[in-house]
Structures are given as structure tokens and as C-alpha cells.
Design a binder for this molecule. Sequence first.
Ligand code: PMP
Length: 426
Amino acid sequence: MTNKELFEAAQRIIPGGVNSPVRAFRKVGGVPRFMAQGSGPFLTDAEGKRYIDFVLSWGPLILGHCHPAVVEAVRRQAGIGMSYGAPTDLEVEMAALVCEAFPAMDKVRFVSSGTEATMSAIRLARAATGRQVTVKFEGCYHGHADSLLVKAGSGLLTLGVPDSSGIPENVASTTAVLPYNDTAAFGEFMDSRGTEVASVIVEPVAGNMGVVLPRKGFLQSIRAKTKACGSLLIFDEVITGFRFRFGGYQELAGITPDLTCLGKIVGGGMPAAAFGGRADLMDQLSPNGPVYQAGTLSGNPLAMAAGIAALKVLKDSDPYAGLDRTMASFTSGLEELAKKAGIALAVNRVGSMAGVFFRQGPVETFDDVMASDASRYTRFFHAMLERGVYLAPSPFEAAFVSTAHTAEVMGQALEAAAGAFDEIRT
Ligand code: PMP
């Protein structure tokens, strides 16, 4: 079947034809590509067209598609048991790897999605502090738990309102949404309401509004204020964990959060995520403590096998300097090409993760992101797709590269970009 036929069939029996909304291409229009195969840096769709993949399953596939060590681990485990509903040695090995990589984690618990990790972490923070309020930042995404699908209320000191239908107002009103990278606004909020705040959750590098780097001092001020107010700091490193180093952005920033959430890379492409932190906090979880949290498939052996294999490759091969070079030369190539074509383009990059915005830089806030030219991104996206490059089907998502993105492949992607910029310059 063609992509179009599959999409039509899918829409009849799956809402919007997809199991996660961004895949439906609504932000860019057109027919979503139904993928049939992945291999290294490539995806192949149902019609046999091959793409260089810069989405990489939205971040997990730092080793590319079908890395042999990961495939072998999953194959082996599938032959001896896909789920036991009982503890395994794999969970012990995986927990040791994660806790070694994240010194701030004395203990870790595995779950199946980033949503579960953040939802559980904020519940634990509420229990540990005896407080209700969660603070998040505009443009950061932490999954789709009720209290995190919230947008800013009418004033900075007001608590949030639902950002989705079906979320009770009284749940949304336990979350405050503040501007990312605005240290003064955060300070003002904490000075007046800090004693109500159970936790502050933040993506240390924002990866869900394109890529926006924390301004100097922003994360440090959050750490200092949360400590002063007796609130817990949760770093949502679902994207950033294991992305820039064998560990978290927290180490690069020199900040120790109270709790950390992981996902994506940690599962090696399988559904696994995690949250962890100080032992005194984590021991408040059931069965040791009063905070209930559970999962039929938590710590699933296939997911653990994939995660262990991926983490071991990362630990042993330390590919991070190479990944950084790959993305750095790609983004500087893009900047040059855009300049030549007379197109305003701002690029934000940390290591192998980058966001492009069709506007003049700098892009440091949610408002800066929103002021970029989304319709130009749409045209660029389709021009690249046509040329065999798969970018995120939304202007507000990150691009990633993997260890499988060779210089030759990146050269082909830049060639495509040259053609795409040329096509969209008018
Ligand atoms: N936190 C962050 C920073 C994310 O980017 C995401 C998903 N993109 C989540 C949490 C939620 O993870 P999941 O989709 O696995 O529920």
C-alpha cells in the first residue's frame, strides 16, 4: 500500500491515523510517511523511499537504527522471555549503569514512558514536601499527565489552566507555568509562593520548542531558590540524558537536582524510562514508603536488555566528541547555505541536538521561538522530504544525529539542504 492508502486506512480505525499526534503531519500538512524499516541513519517508508533520519524516534536512537549490539541483546532476550512480572538481574544491572552515570541518583525506578517518569516524580515530590504546587516552564514538555498539560494563567503569580480538554481545573490549578529563561520572573514567583511549591520541573536544555539553551545562571538560580524554599528540583532529562555525555546535562551544568527523569536513549529504542534521586526520597516509594507507583511492564526484560546494550556501547566507545563534531559541521553548513540563499536562519545547538528557526537569532525564549516563520519551516520540511531527508514534521522539535550519521551521509543531507533553501528562498 502507498503512504496515502495506509493513512486513509489508519484514519478509519485510529484517531487521526496515528498513535501520537505529531506523527499526523498536521503542523506541516501532507501525508505522513508510514515507515517500514530503519537501518543506521536511514528510514525507508512503505513505498520504498529512503530518508536520512534526523528524528531518530524523537531522540532515543543515538546509535542509529538497528545497532547490532542492541538487536542481538533484544533477540537473545526474546528467546528466553518477554515479560516475567517478577524482578530480574537485568534490572539490577541497568540500575547500576544509570546510577553510575548519574551521581545524583542513589536509587532509580524504571517505568515505560517519560510521562510515567515525570508524573511519578512530581507525585513523590508532593508527598516528600507535603505541598501541592508544581512549577513548570512555558515551552517545556514533560509528557501528558494531567497536572503537566497546563498553560500559564492570566498573570505571573496565578496558577495554571488546562492545556487540554478533559483536565480538571482544580488539577491544572496546582501547576504554575512560568517563562523559560526568565530568572527574575521565577525569583518573583518563588519569593511570593515558594512555600507552597513541592517541585520545580525543568528541561535543562529545552527540547520541545525547537532547542533553547538555558541562559547563564538560569538553572543555577532555580537550584538556589528551590533549596531556599524547601522545594524539590526535578531535572527532566528525558531528552538530554546520555545525549551529550555518559550521564546528564546536570553534570555539564554542575547542578545536582533532587530528582531526575530519564527516557528515550535509556531504553535503547524500547519503551523504557526512569526516575531517580536521593535514597531518602526514593525510599518513600511503595513498597518501602507511602507513595504508590507501579507498572505491569516496568523494568521489562526486553527493554532492559536493549537499554543495557545501548548504554554499554555508549560507555565503552564514548562517541560524544564525534557526535558533537557531526552536528556542529552540519549546522554550520546549514547556516552558510541559508546565508548564501539570503534566508534568515537561527541555529541553537548543544552537542548532537539542534533546532533551526527561520528568523534572525538569538532565540532564547518561548516568545522568540513563536516569532519564527513556521510556514517557511513547512516549505523547508517538504523540500527536504522530497530530497530524502526526514526532519521533524513540526517547526518546534529538535533534530538529532546518531553515531551512524557518517560524513558521507551528512554531506548528502547538506546537498539536499542547498537545494531546499534554493527552492524556498522566495
Ligand atoms: N519529557 C520530555 C523532555 C520529553 O521530551 C518527553 C517526550 N518527548 C516526555 C517527557 C514524555 O515522554 P513519553 O513520550 O515517553 O511519555
